[in-house]
Design a protein around this ligand. Structure first.
Ligand code: NAD
Ligand code: SER
Length: 321
């Protein structure tokens, strides 16, 4: 086991639930402290601290108490929730990140992880094979906070030598945890409905193509980036990472092979405009060259694994998932 001491902030969310488990495997139960605004949903393995990341004093206390050396800062308001309360999205996403960067600077932490997003793109950004370095004109408050967050990460590295690392995640799909208010959430919900034998009403138009990634690839990307020697990294900005791109109609077609009776209808809402401001797919050659990133799952292999695991959960609980 390694001797770093990890703090995960936002551990009860879609990514935190899965990433915290992977971190415990790598660092041991005693090597990981989880924390969230909300109390844990299930029995906690290891130390848990309830924390509002906007409370800088409490964050310092936790870092000192547990002798933390690395922070994975996942707490944020995502794109759809953020558009419903843009002021709060700015506060949570920006003040939260600043508090994390300040504690890292003042306490001399080794590394910080800050997830960015495809939401940094928009406006004049090239839509296809979007380059690493390109026009960023985010159209949502969430995207604005991610773009500014990337600048802050680069600034804290250049100015204060805080080793911040970041990935522009595509929409993430998982069976272990539900998403928390984003525009790509439909791609998780559709699997749950198919396995439950219920119809699905999609809030995006059938042809809306977005970059997506299966959670095991996202977790592995995160751990590989955080493990990479610092001299291999050409930037401390959000790395593009790619795996697959698909539309709601693509995923519905694949699911109908497994569930011929599955019904999908479309009722686009305000999230359609958000999705249309994003891109089709990213050029991730920089991540591949710098730290050896390579995805494993595509839509077919992800679907097989999602269905297998959701069926197991359904059988175990004996109830609807
Ligand atoms: P989520 O909404 O599922 O989880 C966020 C967690 O943060 C929640 O458990 C919430 O309780 C907690 N939180 C919110 N405000 C907090 C506060 N003030 N203090 C402490 N905790 C707070 O989000 P997620 O999908 O797990 O995303 C994690 C990170 O990854 C976010 O930064 C998000 O922007 C980024 N990201 C996610 C995706 C995706 O598809 N899930 C894609 C791109 C980027
Ligand atoms: N999946 C996220 C969202 O839809 C993208 O960062 O908000």
């Amino acid at each position: 086991m390694r001797k770093d001491k990890i703090l995960v902030i936002g551990s009860e969310g879609q990514i935190g639930t899965v990433l915290s488990q992977a971190l415990r495997q790598a660092y041991g139960i005693g090597g990981v402290v989880t924390s969230d605004l909300n109390p844990p949903r299930s029995a906690v393995i290891g130390a848990f601290e309830q924390l509002n990341v906007l409370d800088g004093e409490r964050l310092f206390e936790i870092v000192k108490k547990h002798k933390i050396t690395q922070i994975y800062h996942l707490a944020a308001m995502l794109s759809a929730k953020g558009e419903q309360n843009p002021k709060m999205a700015w506060d949570v996403n920006m003040t939260g990140l600043l508090n994390v960067l300040e504690v890292a600077r003042q306490e001399g932490l080794d590394k910080v992880y800050f997830p960015s997003s495809i939401a940094v793109f928009g406006g004049e950004t090239p839509k296809k094979n979007t380059p690493q370095h390109t026009i960023l004109q985010p159209q949502t408050m969430y995207g604005i906070t991610k773009e500014v967050g990337e600048h802050l990460a680069q600034y804290y590295y250049a100015k204060h030598k805080v080793d911040v690392r970041s990935i522009r995640y595509p929409g993430l799909i998982s069976y272990q945890s539900m998403p928390g208010g984003g525009t790509t959430d439909y791609a998780v919900e559709i699997y749950h409905k198919a396995v439950a034998g219920e119809p699905f009403e999609c809030f995006l138009k059938p042809e809306t193509r977005l970059p997506m990634m299966y959670m095991p690839d996202a977790v592995r990307a995160t751990l590989e980036l955080m493990d990479a020697p610092v001299e291999k990294l050409s930037m401390h900005y959000g790395y593009n990472v790619s795996a697959m791109s698909f539309s709601p109609s693509d995923i519905a077609t694949v699911l109908k092979v497994h569930f011929p009776e599955f019904k999908v209808t479309y009722k686009p809402d305000f999230r359609q405009q958000i999705a249309e401001s994003w891109v089709d797919g990213m050029d991730d050659s920089q991540a591949r060259a710098d730290w050896g990133w390579k995805h494993e799952y595509d839509l077919g292999t992800m679907t097989q694994d999602m269905l297998l695991n959701l069926q197991k959960i359904k059988e175990k609980s004996g109830a609807k998932i």
